[in-house]
Design a protein around this ligand. Structure first.
Ligand SMILES: Nc1ncnc2c1ncn2[C@@H]1O[C@H](COP(=O)(O)OP(=O)(O)O)[C@@H](O)[C@H]1O
Ligand SMILES: [Mg+2]
Length: 366
């Protein structure tokens, strides 16, 4: 079985001497890992993938597969397979020939090719399509064929660049599951690019969050979700992203108070030693909408708001709670709420994350 750890060492890519597409990126993708590059459009994901594939050379920095420096090695010799956002199908060939193509090009014996094609077609549930011409197929089907053509081979690394973006939602869910299973069955290194945070959270072992060419955070889905290193990551990961509220802390007697201008919120005394150091400092408190607690009857110490909008998301609903000039989003089990309905909320202590009001970086607590 082929395998590879991919190591990017201080990769920078500048196009036309002015566009900084990738900015000093260092990233280690473990052997057999499924790593997702996640970030908004234009943040340098595709450029990073093309550099790993050898389709683009970095302005500076090195690329390693295992311990070998492959920076100056051609794409063919690197032995990677890359899938792009839009399916690339060979129109003159039927589905079978499309999938078999990489093996035919490598002069594999015919019976071995047939066995492999049939196996992979079964995995992608396209066995019926094998004799068909490709021009009748929609984008989702075409991408299934491209993925089958990719996984018919065992390259060192699979590189998938937003492979499901052009695919209809139902096929997308199906393919996510197949890809996840396939990667773990094959035990091969895969790098998966997406701008869709839910795709990253469900697929990847580790997520590399990028913005403006830079790597912001690299960790497990759980780490990135629970402990964002800055407000960008907190906002970008999650649906909807984290709530952020400008605030300051004060300590009055033995009590610690979070002052958000439009409301004040008592904090537990466990914050005390830490809060004393934060007094006077401009802060941002972050809390995930799913952690905000809501009551439709008044409760002692809870903050009065009005629900101005409710957005159903599957079995849940996102309430937009207006308090003064601020909107706090709360994600709760689905219920019908009329606009204008009074609601009371609290921000449970254990779910609060604090960020520096100027640098927007997370502040370690205690
Ligand atoms: N060949 C190129 N020439 C000039 N600029 C480019 C080229 N490829 C990408 N860029 C620029 O580099 C930045 C990163 O692009 P890209 O890697 O495609 O981002 P993403 O895949 O995250 O959307 C963008 O500003 C893009 O316009
Ligand atoms: Mg891209």
């Amino acid at each position: 079985m082929t395998m590879a750890r991919v190591f990017l060492e201080q990769i920078t890519k500048i196009f036309d001497q002015k566009v900084l597409a990738v900015d000093n990126l260092t990233l280690e993708v473990p052997d057999r890992g499924l790593v997702s590059l996640l970030g908004p459009s234009g943040c340098g994901k595709t450029t990073t993938m093309r550099i790993i594939a050898g389709l683009e050379s970095p302005t500076s920095g090195r690329v390693y597969f295992d311990d070998a420096d492959v920076t100056d090695i051609s794409p063919e010799e690197r032995d990677v397979a890359m899938v792009f956002q839009f399916p690339v199908i060979y129109p003159g060939m039927n589905v079978y020939e499309n999938i078999a193509f990489p093996l035919v090009a490598r002069k594999m014996p015919k019976n071995e090719i047939q066995k492999r094609v049939e196996e992979v077609a079964a995995i992608f549930e396209i066995t019926d399509l094998l004799p068909k011409k490709t021009y009748t197929l929609d984008a989702g089907m075409k991408q299934k064929i491209v993925l089958a053509r990719t996984f018919v081979r065992r390259p060192k690394v699979y590189l998938l660049d937003e492979p499901l973006t052009a695919v209809d939602p139902k096929t997308r869910m199906e393919l996510r599951t197949i890809l996840k299973r396939l990667q773990s069955d094959l035990g091969q290194t895969m790098i998966y690019v997406t701008h869709d945070q839910s795709e990253s959270l469900t697929l990847a072992d580790k997520i590399a969050v990028m913005n403006e060419g830079r790597l912001l955070q690299y960790g497990s889905p759980e780490e990135v979700y629970s402990n964002p290193v800055n407000t960008f990551v907190g906002y970008f990961v999650g649906n909807p992203g984290m709530n952020f509220i400008n605030c300051s802390l004060s300590v009055e007697g033995g009590t610690c108070i979070l002052d958000a201008g439009d409301f004040r919120h008592l904090l537990s005394s466990s914050f005390l030693p830490w809060a004393k150091e934060m007094v006077e400092r401009p802060l941002i408190v972050g809390i995930r909408p799913e952690n905000v607690e809501v009551s439709f009857v008044p409760k002692e110490g809870w903050i009065l708001t009005h629900c101005i909008l409710s957005e159903p998301i599957g079995s849940r609903v996102v309430l937009h709670l207006k308090v003064g000039e601020k909107i706090v989003k709360a994600k709760i089990p689905r219920i019908d709420v009329e606009p204008g309905t009074p609601a009371w909320f609290i921000l449970p202590f254990e779910s609060l994350k604090f960020f520096d009001g100027q640098t927007l970086e997370a502040i370690k607590m205690g």
